[in-house]
Design a protein around this ligand. Structure first.
Ligand SMILES: NC(=O)c1ccc[n+]([C@@H]2O[C@H](COP(=O)([O-])OP(=O)(O)OC[C@H]3O[C@@H](n4cnc5c(N)ncnc54)[C@H](O)[C@@H]3O)[C@@H](O)[C@H]2O)c1
Ligand SMILES: *[C@@H]1O[C@H](CO)[C@@H](O)[C@H](O)[C@H]1NC(C)=O
Ligand SMILES: *[C@@H]1O[C@H](CO)[C@@H](O)[C@H](O)[C@H]1NC(C)=O
Ligand SMILES: CC(=O)N[C@H]1CO[C@H](CO)[C@@H](O)[C@@H]1O
Length: 301
């Protein structure tokens, strides 16, 4: 399937973006037919099938969380409205720019003619980090580790949950808790390592995750397009309407989902214990507060 890639950035970045175009050409990608660089939302979103919203306002020295949120509401309101106007109604919108969950909710609310199920935000990087930690612990490959879950916000309050995960050992999928045999780690160090992984990368690299984030975006979009393997699920931030886990309606929250025919479904029937429930609530509460502030900006902007 030939791909046409349209790159959107702000006007002062057009020279830099030109450099990205050169590199993309130099990759000699088999399926890349055309690359267009633009600073126009109309050009960028016209008839697109997939929109990956990466650009957002980064936190600057001394900037209040509220001001940062306000700047991002403005960006994602504008991009949501442009998607509403110019994109196909079947467009799949993936929000990466932080705060990803709330930016996704802002875009979704600003695009009323596009089904809200077609919006999601990236928590696949956290999901991949969780798989990787378990595979490192057991000295198996990541593909042996399945069905970890990231619940909630893409932040340090997220809940990386291994209680439904399995590890393939001797050709059999064994519950992760049985395979790891270290409950204290799965309820402690595992969770905090995944929660803090973004900060660890920044500390070491002096730059935030780039390669792993790009890989996670590819995984996320591929699964939306082609579906998830039978019996397996992945994590993504989606609208919480009618979800079976008692998370407040109308929150953009990361859930375990399975995907078929380009439709995601929140995985049902997972047993949630006390420990998990408490952690799921903490991250929901954080998102609820952020949503309320964002909606104030959204209605007055
Ligand atoms: N959800 C995740 O897992 C995840 C992972 C990695 C990065 N992120 C987030 O993704 C975002 C991008 O990260 P990065 O490292 O590529 O940052 P970056 O600063 O290198 O790139 C961001 C680009 O967005 C552009 N931009 C700013 N405002 C824009 C607008 N209104 N329209 C179009 N473009 C605009 C900037 O000019 C810049 O080129 C950040 O918010 C980062 O925190 C999220
Ligand atoms: C991990 O497993 C491989 C074989 O798959 C083995 O060669 C290696 O020594 C193991 N490493 C550790 C740290 O156990
Ligand atoms: C939710 O996560 C994002 C991304 O890490 C972060 O910027 C935001 O502050 C978090 N929300 C709250 C209310 O802490
Ligand atoms: C992922 C998802 O829910 N996609 C839907 C987007 O909207 C179109 C058109 O309404 C649906 O057919 C897709 O299933």
């Amino acid at each position: 399937m030939p791909l046409e890639l349209v790159l959107l950035d702000i006007a002062p970045m057009m020279t830099v973006l030109g450099g990205v175009v050169l590199e993309l050409q130099d990759c000699a990608l088999a399926h890349l037919k055309e690359v267009i660089a633009t600073d126009s939302e109309e050009v960028a979103f016209k008839n697109v099938d997939v929109a990956i919203l990466v650009g957002s306002m980064p936190r600057k020295e001394g900037m209040e969380r509220k001001d940062l949120l306000k700047a991002n509401v403005k960006i994602f309101k504008s991009q949501g409205a442009a998607l509403d106007k110019f994109a196909k109604k079947t467009v799949k919108v993936v929000v990466v720019g932080n705060p990803a969950n709330t930016n996704c909710l802002t875009a979704l609310k600003s695009a009323p003619s596009i089904p809200k199920e077609n919006f999601s935000c990236l928590t696949r990087l956290d999901h991949n980090r969780a798989r990787a930690q378990i595979s490192l612990k057991l000295n198996v490959t990541c593909s042996d580790v399945k069905n970890v879950i990231i619940w909630g916000n893409h932040s340090s309050t997220q809940y990386p949950d291994a209680s439904h995960a399995t590890v393939a050992i001797g050709g059999k999928d064994v519950p992760a808790y049985e395979a790891v045999k270290d409950d204290a780690w799965l309820k402690g160090g595992f969770i905090s390592t995944v929660q803090q992984r973004g900060a660890a990368v920044i500390q070491a690299r002096k730059l935030s995750s780039a390669m792993s984030a790009a890989k996670a975006i590819c995984d996320h979009v591929r699964d939306i397009w082609f579906g998830t393997p039978k019996g397996q699920y992945v994590s993504m931030g989606v609208i919480s309407d009618g979800n079976p886990y008692g998370i407040a309606e109308d929150l953009l929250y990361s859930f375990p989902v399975s995907i078929e025919g380009k439709n995601w479904k929140i995985v049902e029937g997972l047993k949630i214990d006390e420990f998990s429930r408490e952690k799921m609530e903490v991250t929901a509460k954080e998102l609820l507060e952020e949503k309320e502030t964002a909606f104030e900006f959204l209605s007055c902007a």
